[in-house]
Design a protein around this ligand. Structure first.
Ligand code: MN
Ligand code: MN
Length: 469
């Protein structure tokens, strides 16, 4: 028998705002878990920015998108994509003319990892080793003793491209950065965590059999070079023009007795990227919907494949050309000025073991739905995108109208640290931008954790946004 609520209890219910577990909201658990199956497949098959572009392009192909080069006119209902140097991709569903502004999502498809150096291979103590340079903000100690796969692209002396992946098939060999054993780690264990594994100590073990010739100085190294030559027709100099990424050789898996969560590498930011992808594919927008997927966010969005590059300007001006607009460049500025952008990225969810870094009432709890992040940055909102209240209000209305579970959050306690996203790069272009995504445990580690209901809510949030007026 439920107790009758007092007048003040009713008033409390009416006036206060509290985020609740989305699992108990009006949500179809089976649908959530089915969505997660596709999500896991995407994460396991797209472990680099290049692979993500391929996976996104393949899905777009299936849905009838055409390359912008094959588009002859701007017509409502047409679906188009453009690829930037195999590392970035933009999808668009054409709606009303671009002068009306577009609904845009931006996300990144690069993730923290270990890159091979350009001259990586050496031999020491009968072991062949490859030297790495970490990419993005990692805790170095996360990356020792983790099974790694190498995903690479090599341009050889003739200019031919070789794509090589080793470590993903079940009978492939793996690679590992070996740590020091505890028995001899007395000095190492006295070090600060940050120094315990130094960047130069992230070395991958790759071989042990020497060539059978005592006159050769580095016999194990030569054996590895011999293997690269025989197997891939590559020499040591070819590695200079190569991009080899060492990524966890672990597929995405269900996590927890209740299979409520996903553990996987690369959810920052291929998680929200997947939600944005499915959001645009599943939407029927009135305005033109655009989903941008970028590289190089984890190292500051520098370079021609990043969100600071001119890829989106090129895409928009090409569309304006197809629309028959004469003043393409001045109109482009107007397009951004009238556009609305959701910056799709992850944030930190409260880890029950390390709660202290969060202000609980403004923190992400796993399972409370899509996160709405008004501002990012650090310290006094330094370097933040601080979204305008007007736009935050609009996004909130979209979520509420669609019954999408959501939570208003910031990354962590004031002065505990901080971080940024792609949001500010589009705010500079003149658009309204706010960060929207989901929370992770163990963000930037080889195995990040998300809640399936959050991933699903984020997808619904993006779809609702694309379809909103
Ligand atoms: Mn991110
Ligand atoms: Mn990140």
């Amino acid at each position: 028998m439920s107790k009758e609520k007092s007048e003040m209890q009713e008033l409390e219910e009416e006036l206060s705002f509290e985020s609740k577990s989305a699992w108990l909201e009006d949500i179809d658990e089976e649908e959530v878990k089915e969505f997660a199956e596709d999500y896991k497949e995407f994460l396991s098959s797209a472990k680099t920015e290049r692979e993500a572009v391929e996976a996104i392009r393949a899905e777009a192909d299936d849905e009838g998108f055409v390359s912008i080069e094959d588009l002859d006119s701007f017509e409502e209902g047409k679906k188009v994509y453009a690829v930037n140097r195999e590392k970035g991709i933009i999808l668009a569903k054409l709606g009303e003319g671009l002068e009306e502004g577009a609904k845009i999502t931006i996300s990144h498809i690069d993730s923290p990892r270990l890159d091979l150096k350009q001259k990586p291979l050496y031999e020491d103590s009968d072991v062949a080793v490859m030297d790495t340079h970490y990419y993005g903000g990692i805790k170095n100690y996360h990356w020792v003793n983790v099974p790694l796969a190498l995903h690479g692209v090599v341009i050889d002396g003739e200019g031919d491209k070789h794509e090589i992946t080793i470590g993903e098939e079940e009978d492939d060999p793996l690679f590992v950065v070996p740590d020091l054993l505890p028995h001899l780690g007395k000095e190492q264990l006295k070090k600060e965590l940050k120094e315990a594994i130094e960047g130069e100590e992230l070395n991958i073990v790759v071989g042990n059999i020497p060539v059978d010739d005592e006159d050769v100085e580095e016999r194990v190294k030569l054996q590895v070079l011999k293997y690269l030559d025989e197997e891939y027709d590559l020499g040591e100099e070819d590695l200079v023009s190569a991009e080899f990424e060492a990524v966890p050789a672990i597929d995405a898996r269900d996590l927890g007795f209740d299979r409520s969560m996903v553990a996987s590498y690369g959810q920052d930011d291929r998680g929200p990227s997947f939600a944005a992808l499915e959001g645009i594919l599943d939407s029927e927008p009135d305005k033109t919907a655009i989903a941008c997927f970028y590289d190089k966010e984890e190292i500051g969005s520098e370079g021609n494949t990043s969100a600071q590059g001119k890829f989106v300007e090129k895409f928009v001006t090409e569309l304006l050309g197809l629309e028959g607009v004469d003043e393409r460049y001045s109109t482009m500025n107007h397009v951004f000025d009238s556009s609305e952008v959701l910056s799709a990225d992850v944030s930190a969810a409260v880890n029950p073991t390390f709660k202290d870094v969060h202000d609980q009432k403004n923190a992400i709890n796993l399972g409370q739905g899509v996160a709405l992040v008004k501002f990012t940055g650090s310290g006094g909102k330094y370097s933040a995108n601080d979204a305008n209240a007007e736009f935050v209000g609009k996004v909130r209305r979209v979520f509420n109208e669609e019954d999408i579970p959501w939570q208003p959050v910031e990354l962590g306690k004031v002065d505990k640290g901080g971080g940024g996203t792609l949001a500010k790069f589009f705010a500079r272009r003149g658009a309204e931008v706010v960060d929207v995504g989901f929370g992770l445990l163990s963000m930037h580690s080889p195995y990040e954790i998300s809640s399936k209901v959050d991933v699903y809510s984020t997808f619904k949030g993006f779809r609702g946004f694309f379809e909103s007026s």
